[in-house]
Design a protein around this ligand. Sequence first.
Ligand SMILES: [Zn+2]
Length: 437
Amino acid sequence: MRILIVGLTILFGNVAYAAAPRLVVPMPSTIVPTPDVAAIGPRTVYLNFEGASLSRSQFADDATTGESAIVVQNLSIGAFDANSLRSTEGLTRSQIISRVVSGMQQLHAAYNITFTTSRPSSGNYQMIVFGGNCAGVAGTNCAGIALRDCGDQMPNNITFVFPGGLRVDDLITTAAQENAHAYGLGHTDDTTDVMYPAITNAIPFRYGEGNIPDNSGCNTSYQDSHQLMLDTIGAPGTDSNGPTITVTNPQTDGVLFPGDVISGSAADSSGIASVEIAIGQWSTNASANFDVIVPSGLATGQITLWIFATDNDGNRTTKSIPITMASGNEDTCSKASDCSAGLKCKSNLCVPDDGLNELGDTCSNAQECTTGICQLLVEDSFCSQTCSAEVACPDGFGCRSNGFCFKSTNSGCSSSSSTPLLMLFITMVLLGRRKLS
Ligand SMILES: [Zn+2]
């Protein structure tokens, strides 16, 4: 693992003080980011002062499982020891912890982040461990260390603050910086920005604004730290997530006949403004809890059922389900040879054969795919479709970081970086690869 060391000698008062820098580590090439993680939305950060048992991992960095890509070996870190600070500044341990919590809340008041000193029982959260020392954890010398998760592709990073020799407020700014590395932020040259890489006499008090040179870039040479935090996390109380769409009928690759009912619901904390359901040229508006009857006369064969939902904040989610639309007059089949020429066996029905491969099938060019997209995943290409935080993949498919849907059973990831937020350090590799069925 390559480690970037930035900033070494600082001044405390009049005394030249060789202090530890805050480090940022490129994501190891073996780590495969979790698919299906929206790049924006509220975050929870667990400020851990109670110690942690961590296991070394080359493949994960996950606060929920205690796997760390930073630790050089499996280890237990003891609880935060206030006496290891440069000075307790007259505060008790619990007063110091309270000051760190309120300092983090103030520093992040503009962002949709919640800090807690209790480990969340569920959901995604990042963890900042206050304890141990850099040599024992990472085999180097530093005040804090984090992976730089460009594009915030990993939801549960573990970062570290090593209290030894720090001032009380250095705990806050070091924690803020390491945690922000896990959202994708790099260092800047602005000494008032918490992303300044060295500890200085003056304590930074904000996320810097404006274009500031960024010397550890995720494909950028300038960084507006405040804007990048807003772009990644959002402002407090804002709903940046689209509705959740649940479809109970049909299932993926299911069959719809005229008269069948498309059932499901759309839900969002801000309420649902509209739902639209479409198959081919046909579409209809529906309510948040929908039971829509499929009309007769629709084109038969393989087609996509689309459901569009918009919440009262204007966030939109799209769900697509590949289905077979049937007339009711089809012959049944169990294999292709059961069907006459020009038909293929799909979902036990002989339906018109368009000669094209379906989503998730292997392909050699886009013209072979019903979706019109043939996308490379590691070493094979598959018919794919685009996806984003707003446009989800069908069930059984995951939205990879390159913005294309692939079958969830294949854990490979593409190294393509089509958007500037994506982290160039990551050369995503294949893990426990299973062949597509
Ligand atoms: Zn740093």
